[in-house]
Design a protein around this ligand. Structure first.
Ligand code: ATP
Length: 298
């Protein structure tokens, strides 16, 4: 039996004049799973998220969110979704608690349940002792946690997180990951866009790699790695001229290579006896990403 789908996209197309931002995209998000939309800048991730909130209207294709057809039934879908925008739109003149209260009203949480909903959100954001702090006095990480907790105030069945950790320091990012992981373990359905490979690898049950508006691969991260990059890579360091030689040599043996800044990675060296010195390492999702999108991550 197939699991109920929280999101179902079939052949979704969104054009902006001559640009096709989303180009025939199929996407399934089963209830209770976390799906990561991974792609380089301009791949169409944000546009996909905007289609799902009906902020953008598809030119072609079918879109269903929680069983509601978009754009016609978008109001019903939106009432049961939590959305975290890429840009922080908290009201900086209000306190933490006041921001949550505004959303509790917006989502029509009854008077009797409002207090508990706000307490839950404060706890989730680890901001219980900051409830009376004004937003402009919070750190970037606290603001981002609040932004996510605010989206959860009405107990949505589905959460859409657009680049949840963009622009944050690594330590702060890990705090957000812990929060998302908690939601996941509680069974909240999540669709998250990201251009951080590690984020997708750690959090998503299924990753959809997007490039130029299309899905170039979809599956659980370990499966994608095995399918596209094999089990093992050989990472070779050396001066630039040596790296070029290594690339030529590996490619002559039918193996694929990718540059990794100061090194070259030879992919799919599983079990190969190779006359080149280097560090053997497990293949990873970044290898897959670069192979499929041609983009290096910075
Ligand atoms: P980023 O991580 O940079 O946000 P993305 O994967 O989210 O990238 P989109 O923002 O969806 O990509 O953009 C996909 C393409 O559509 C880009 O070429 C972008 O310039 C274009 N695009 C997006 N929104 C608009 C718009 N409102 N008007 C015109 N072009 C747009």
């Amino acid at each position: 039996m197939t699991r109920e789908l929280a999101i179902r996209l079939r052949g979704a197309v969104k054009r902006y004049g001559p640009i096709t931002a989303v180009d025939g995209l199929d996407l399934d998000v089963p209830m209770g799973t976390c799906v990561g939309l991974l792609g380089p800048n301009g791949a169409g991730k944000s546009t996909t998220m905007r289609l799902l909130t009906a902020q953008a209207i598809a030119d072609e294709g079918e879109i269903e969110v929680l069983g509601f057809r978009l754009p016609g039934e978008s109001k019903m879908a939106r009432a049961q979704c939590g959305v975290t925008p890429q840009l922080d739109n908290l009201d900086t003149t209000l306190t933490v608690q006041q921001n949550l209260l505004v959303f509790a009203h917006l989502y029509r949480i009854g008077r009797a349940d409002r207090k508990a909903a706000i307490e839950r959100a404060l706890e989730l954001a680890l901001l219980t002792d900051r409830r009376d702090t004004r937003i402009d006095k919070l750190s970037g990480g606290m603001r981002r946690r609040l932004l996510i907790a605010r989206a959860l105030i009405h107990g949505p069945r589905l959460v859409l997180l657009d680049e949840p950790t963009v622009g944050l320091d690594p330590q702060v990012r890990q705090g957000i990951w812990a929060l998302i992981d908690k939601l996941r373990s509680e069974g909240t359905t999540i669709l998250m866009s990201t251009h951080y490979i590690e984020e997708a690898q750690r959090l998503a049950d299924t990753v959809l790699i997007m490039s130029h508006g299309e899905a170039v691969a979809v599956g659980p991260p370990p499966e994608l790695v095995r399918e596209h990059a094999g089990r093992e890579a050989l990472e070779v360091y050396g001066p630039p001229a040596r790296l070029v030689e290594v690339e030529v040599e590996a490619q002559a043996s039918g193996l694929r290579t990718r540059r990794t800044g100061t090194s070259v990675s030879i992919l799919g060296t599983d079990g190969h006896r190779f006359g080149i010195d280097g560090e053997r390492r497990p293949a990873n999702l970044e290898d897959v990403f670069v192979l499929l999108t041609g983009e290096e991550i910075h």
